[in-house]
Design a protein around this ligand. Structure first.
Ligand code: GDP
Length: 326
């Protein structure tokens, strides 16, 4: 226990090694690590609502890391401490590193104000691990005020990231009109701010018309938050164009959510959901290691199904008898 108290005090001093160690602990699935992780999480101070958790989704290659690298400079230039939980380049789909040869977020990774952690996808397509929300709490306890969570925005990952962030950004490519169909339609419907990236060079005009397409498409749907109309912005992450506008919209939405008291409500709701999800996972992993409990539950279910069937057939019979006699 002493070592956990030490770890906590190191985290609160902003010690990077301690933060990394704590995140590794909450990510671990070993039962002995989970006990320590639970102790640590139990000791963490209540999450301060002054932090801002931002989800960033978009298909591979759209420019998420370039965008984070650029907007990250804006954030740290305001003296904010920035933490980034990024999709692990070693994808579970390819089983190898698709982006590993590329230097991701090179200048941000050299900044003292920034902490970057690749989050293991753990078989999860979008890259949000089972421990991401706990990692956020650790980072906030260490004084990081802005937390960016990068995902691919597919399937469950999109729902997971919505459940742990205050604001959700979606990055799209110019000319991606057909993105309005299929998978991406889902993430567009929940986006708080839509960003068309790569508005530079010969893609600039296409980016402008893509913005209009999305604006038109959004007219037909309601925004996720009350009295908020989703802005559609075109930017060039590579040339640092339009980045301040994105940050201004983020600040505007943050103030709006605080004014309407949605911010705190949303966090409490997310916390409740997270606790339930963790409990469920703990029970499932407990069952996984105890076959005899699983067998017992199975027997009980079969037994209760039998009872239910019996009741149901008695009920049907009674209806028939009633009809015959009337
Ligand atoms: P991610 O997979 O979404 O993280 O995308 P990356 O940030 O790795 O970018 C994928 C490719 O798109 C790289 O070759 C980037 O240089 C390029 N890229 C990113 N942003 C821009 C941009 O604003 N304009 C242009 N022209 N290329 C960009």
């Amino acid at each position: 226990m002493d070592s956990i108290i030490d770890l906590l005090s190191q985290i609160q001093k902003g010690d990077r090694k301690a933060i990394a160690k704590a995140i590794t602990l909450v990510e671990s699935t070993k039962p002995e690590d989970q006990v320590l992780a639970d102790k640590l999480l139990g000791l963490l101070p209540e999450s301060k609502k002054i932090s801002l958790r931002i989800g960033i989704s978009g298909p591979p290659g759209v420019g998420k890391s370039t965008f984070i690298e650029t907007i990250g400079q804006t954030i740290i230039s305001q003296n904010e401490h920035l933490a980034i939980l990024a999709v692990d380049p070693s994808s579970s789909i390819t089983g190898g590193s698709i982006l590993g040869d590329k230097t991701r977020m090179d200048s941000l990774s050299k900044s003292d104000q920034t902490f970057i952690r690749p989050s293991p996808s753990g078989g999860n397509l979008g890259g949000v691990g089972h421990a991401t929300k706990d990692s956020i709490r650790i980072l906030e306890a260490a004084g990081y005020r802005v937390i960016l969570i990068e995902t691919l925005g597919v399937g469950q990952a999109e729902i997971d990231v919505l459940d742990m962030t205050d604001i959700y950004l979606v990055l799209l490519s110019p000319g991606g009109g057909d993105e309005l169909q299929g998978i991406k339609r889902g993430i567009i419907e929940v986006a708080d701010i839509l960003i068309v990236n790569k508005a530079d060079g010969n893609l600039e005009a296409t980016a402008r018309s893509t913005v209009l397409d999305y604006k038109n498409a959004l007219k037909l749907q309601k925004a996720r938050h009350q009295d908020w109309s989703v802005p559609v912005l075109s930017i060039s992450a590579l040339e640092s164009k339009g980045i301040d506008e994105v940050w201004n919209e983020i600040m505007k939405l943050k103030d709006h959510l605080h004014e309407l008291k949605i911010f705190d409500e949303n966090r409490s709701f997310q916390d409740e959901k997270w606790v339930k999800r963790k409990k469920k996972n703990q029970i499932l992993s407990l069952l996984d290691s105890k076959d005899e409990i699983l067998d017992e539950i199975e027997r009980n279910i079969i037994e209760s199904d039998k009872q239910l069937l019996k009741k149901f057939s008695l009920w049907i019979k009674s209806i028939f008898n009633f009809k015959k006699s009337s």
